[in-house]
Unconditional design. Structure first.
Length: 732
């Protein structure tokens, strides 16, 4: 039993799970079968800790074509066109090997989208790093990670010819031992030409296409289902190696394939490689499958069956073709200089039968691998720290407004990240209307029907730390507000739920509350969840990250020509503050930057007010009343105005009307800054919808004047555009 316990521990399986495996097989598993169960029942593949809480997510709406359960989600965007999108995490690999970890994260999410039949037209990324401002070992290492991750994302996306149009980057000490790299891709296709990951039809051939299989990425799914310790931080062999040039060939070959009626289904080989793709394809259809592993194209000599099944080598797909069309499928991929081999066929046995040089080496019932996968009911406990941080200890009233402003505008969270996005090709394909650095949502054009799609990634981990429920809901609301500020109607989300160790009851409580918050917000805003990902065990040596449920909202504007900017446009236009401002400093940037404190409480979310704000911006934009709009969030009104001014080189004269000028930094919800061209008509519309509004100033000159804050716009511009570059390159 000791020897078995050691083996199970290495494979991250429990004795109880082993007993269930024996019951499923009706016998003891061999080593290959045990490793297959280990991968399929890993946290990363089975969602065994999170599945309980994911049930109940709103997933349907008239515009939803495909919700969770496939490679990516799909929504109708009008005129027979569909948008296909998803977000995935590549956190652990990116901490171990930042360049390849980030690059293969991009490659994987691209495959999830184009395997559905869609051509990718936009990438986003949501990045979280530790502290980068100090001159110590930790900060230097974090700056190294930033540089590696950004290079990996840029090189892969640029080589693929898919624009990286935006994203978010956040810095906090809680990520010092576990950075987060979440990648998002959106593609478009005809709504009636979507392909699914299914294998059915007895005798239909199973075809392997793409790169050869090597030993890279072995154990990746299991590695991603464990916390970091001093012993396992250098698991480089578990990190995949990407080749974007091969992926570009694979993309074009797949899109050519989809023009013909040759296949039943297609699946990306992602986590757990050939294992997950084959089991998922057969499992969705209740089929069986035979595979001959010695026919899988190999990159290295002497590879064993388990290596072919569990390798996470990149740029590979599994296809179920229609019998009789094998040669046509093989011909397409070989024309694109890719490996393509028939390695098996669909059966009606319900089992996965694996052969090695004619000998059967594994025989596993397929359905039980999914159906009997553990669903854990882990204990939950409200974290004790919440009582300690409920009250704000800092004396906010002691602050000087000017000194506070100067400190906040130089925060890495606030300043322009052009050093990052300048490494990304954001204009390739010529669909980008509003790219990185343009504030709030990014926007891409769909040439086939003239609509535009707004994309916004958002999550404030400080909010989620002080209130996991409201913080997660606020992430949905904020990403939706960003999309609305571009003139689009928010339609649906994809999520990437990044949390700590689920074996800690306090972490599971955070996760459970986060899921409840997302459910509530998506239901109230009518923006269903159509795809997503869960990443747990984001901790090092027992220290977990803040709860980070990253949300990407996708919105649709029927007229791409009416995309609304988020930077000031023209001198003389009026500036309006929409929504009400209170003393809301819980989890605020002010508390973090001025006092090093993360504490307080979040205000209530008023979904009715939020929806009215979106409606006002959408209708005012349709009627040509708005020239620009930006939401008010991190850092409050002062920071929103600063970003709009510094990014446009236009000055402002603003009187907030706040009796307490520190309200300039309040982070009350459901607010926006609007640049208005016709005051009278705009105010009339705002009244009719029921949105609180106040004209607070005008765009004027080259001075930034907000109450007692007075700065030259040129000075603010230099801080905004240069600070991050100087910081990130400080030790080069």
């Amino acid at each position: 039993m000791d020897e078995l316990s050691k083996k199970l521990s290495k494979l991250k399986l429990t004795l109880g799970e082993y007993d269930e495996i024996v019951k499923i097989l009706g016998r003891e598993p061999n080593d290959l079968e045990l490793k297959i169960f280990s991968s399929m029942w890993s946290e990363h593949c089975s969602y065994k800790s999170s599945k309980k809480y994911l049930n109940g997510f709103p997933t349907t709406a008239p515009w939803v074509i495909q919700g969770p359960g496939e490679n990516a989600g799909v929504i109708d965007i009008g005129d027979g066109m569909a948008a296909v999108f998803k977000m995935e995490s590549h956190n652990h690999p990116s901490f171990i090997e930042p360049y390849q970890g980030a690059a293969t994260g991009v490659g994987g999410i691209l495959r999830d989208v184009f395997t559905m039949g869609a051509r990718p037209i936009a990438n986003l990324n949501s990045l979280r790093f530790g502290t980068i401002r100090r001159d110590d070992k930790t900060s230097k290492y974090q700056r190294y990670l930033v540089r590696g991750v950004v290079a990996g994302i840029g090189d892969y996306g640029n080589c693929m010819g898919v624009p990286t149009v935006g994203g978010e980057t956040f810095f906090d000490d809680c990520y010092n031992g576990n950075i987060l790299v979440n990648a998002f891709t959106l593609g478009v296709c005809k709504a009636d030409e979507i392909f699914y990951g299914r294998a059915e039809g007895v005798g239909n051939p199973v075809i392997y296409v793409g790169s050869k299989t090597g030993r890279d990425g072995l154990g990746g799914a299991v590695m991603a289902s464990d916390s970091f310790t001093e012993e396992n931080k250098s698991l480089r062999p578990t990190v995949q190696v990407g080749d974007p040039f091969t992926e570009k060939l694979l993309l074009e070959a797949c899109l050519e394939l989809f023009k013909n009626d040759y296949i039943v289904g297609i699946q990306d080989m992602g986590a757990a490689g050939l294992t997950s793709s084959s089991f998922e394809m057969a499992g969705r259809s209740g089929s069986g499958m035979v595979m001959h592993l010695d026919k899988v194209p190999a990159r290295e000599e002497g590879m064993e069956p388990f290596e072919f099944m569990l390798s996470e080598s990149q740029e590979r797909m599994l296809i179920c073709a229609k019998k009789g069309h094998e040669d046509k499928v093989l011909g397409i991929f070989k024309r694109w200089d890719l490996d393509a081999e028939v390695i098996g066929e669909v059966t009606d046995t319900g089992n996965m039968e694996l052969f090695w040089h004619g000998k059967k080496v594994a025989d596993i019932p397929i359905d039980p691998v999914g159906e009997n996968a553990p669903i854990l009911d882990r204990p939950t406990k409200r974290p004790a720290y919440l009582d300690d941080i409920k009250e704000i200890k800092a004396d906010i009233n002691s602050l000087d407004v000017n000194k506070t402003f100067d400190k906040l505008i130089a925060s890495p969270e606030v300043v322009d990240k052009s050093w990052i996005y300048d490494q990304y090709d954001s204009m390739v394909q010529t669909n980008t209307i509003k790219g990185p650095g343009k504030l709030d949502a990014s926007v891409v054009r769909v040439k086939e029907n003239g609509v535009s799609i707004a994309l916004s990634s958002d999550c404030n981990p400080r909010y989620c730390y002080i209130d996991p429920y409201k913080g997660a809901a606020a992430a949905v609301v904020e990403s939706g507000r960003n999309a609305a500020m571009s003139g689009a109607k928010p339609k649906a989300i994809t999520d990437c739920l990044n949390y700590g160790n689920p074996e800690n009851p306090e972490i599971m409580w955070q996760f459970a509350k986060g899921c409840e918050g997302i459910k509530e917000a998506c239901k109230e805003l009518n923006t269903p969840v159509v795809s997503g990902n869960v990443s747990l065990y984001n901790e090092t040596n027992g220290v977990g990250i803040y709860p980070t449920p990253a949300i990407v909202m996708v919105g649709v504007n029927k007229d791409a020509n009416k995309t609304l900017p988020s930077s000031f446009q023209k001198e003389g236009n009026s500036i309006y503050l929409l929504g009400k401002t209170a003393d809301d400093f819980g989890g605020s940037l002010l508390l973090k930057e001025m006092f090093g404190e993360v504490s307080g409480e979040l205000p209530e979310l008023d979904y009715e007010k939020e929806l009215k704000l979106w409606e006002l911006v959408e209708k005012a934009n349709e009627n040509g009343l708005l020239k620009s709009a930006k939401d008010v969030n991190v850092g409050g009104v002062a920071i929103a105005l600063y970003k709009m001014s510094a990014s446009s080189s236009l000055g402002v004269e603003v009187e907030s009307g706040f009796e307490d000028k520190l309200k300039l930094f309040s982070e009350s919800f459901s607010r926006a800054i609007a640049e208005v061209g016709d005051d009278e008509k705009f105010e009339e519309l705002a009244k009719s919808i029921g949105v609180d509004y106040k004209k607070i100033g005008t765009i004027k000159g080259k001075k930034f004047i907000v109450d007692e804050i007075q700065r030259d716009v040129e000075v603010l511009e230099k801080i905004y555009k240069n600070f991050f570059k100087e910081l990130i390159e400080s030790d080069l």
